[in-house]
Ligand binder design. Structure first.
Ligand code: SAH
Length: 237
């Protein structure tokens, strides 16, 4: 009798964990292929960025019905009218922000929490602000479940940055602005870098890389992008 119970438990474990680990393996394959075909092939070379994109399980940051598309070369809806950026754009912004392990980074627009997880995987301490409370709660839950550390998520208007946690080595803004929010410039360290899409809402914007130097701001324009706009309306859902 006891043997039968043990056998039964053994079978349950096998049928639960074998498909699980197969699934994990195929997600990993998809991720490695994504990095080769969509990221390395288009010129991203920072080994830390590439490694983070190979490890962060993007499929865990999208709604159930979007999982199969998680490693495709496209942004995806995450609910509440918002999107998770295309993997290449995440890689580009992270590389251009020149983040290094131990850096303190501000993200404006937490969304799914994916960009924050990439920064955490690179060894950064991340402060991330999101204006929709439901997304804050979801992102916090995802990041906690996956064990990401050194990420603090705040519900609020990221236009004002995060004064108490400043100054930052880098700032990544993942929603578009029609002007650079002055608090973000103030909260950037001398020598720090901000990556931010600038242009009209719901249209084409330019991705700017802004370096704060002793001589003032230096701007590099990386070209056309399309982001959801930075809004000023604090929402619960
Ligand atoms: N970085 C995210 C994608 C963000 S999409 C990810 O990795 O999934 C842009 C996000 O900016 C949306 O979630 C939107 O709600 C948020 N947002 C818009 N205006 C904002 C503001 N003023 N402050 C903070 N977040 C804002």
């Amino acid at each position: 009798m006891k043997k039968k119970i043990k056998f039964f438990i053994g079978m349950v474990l096998v049928f639960t964990f074998v498909p699980y680990s197969f699934a994990q393996e195929s997600w990993e394959k998809a991720r490695i292929q994504m990095v080769e075909e969509q990221i390395v092939a288009y010129g991203i070379s920072d080994p830390l960025v590439l490694e983070a994109l190979r490890t962060v399980p993007r499929h865990e940051f999208v709604p159930e019905e979007m999982k199969e598309l998680a490693y495709a070369d496209t942004p995806l809806p995450i609910g509440y009218g918002q999107t998770i950026s295309q993997p290449f754009i995440v890689a580009l912004m992270t590389e251009k922000a020149k983040v290094k392990p131990q850096d303190k980074v501000l993200e404006v627009g937490t969304g799914s929490g994916y960009q924050a997880a990439v920064l955490s995987a690179m060894g950064c301490t991340v402060y991330t602000v999101e204006i929709i409370q439901k997304l804050v709660l979801l992102a916090e839950a995802t990041l906690k479940r996956l064990g990401y550390q050194h990420i603090t998520v705040k519900w609020g208007d990221g236009y004002f940055g995060w004064q108490e946690a400043s100054p930052f080595d880098a700032i990544i803004v993942t929603c578009s602005v029609d002007h650079i929010p002055p608090p973000l410039i103030e909260q950037l360290k001398e020598g720090g870098t901000m990556v931010i899409p600038v242009g009209p809402p719901w249209s084409i914007q330019s991705l700017w890389v802004i370096e704060k130097t002793l001589q003032g701001l230096q701007v590099e324009d990386l070209g056309a992008v399309r982001f959801v706009p930075l809004t000023r309306e604090i929402r619960e859902k």
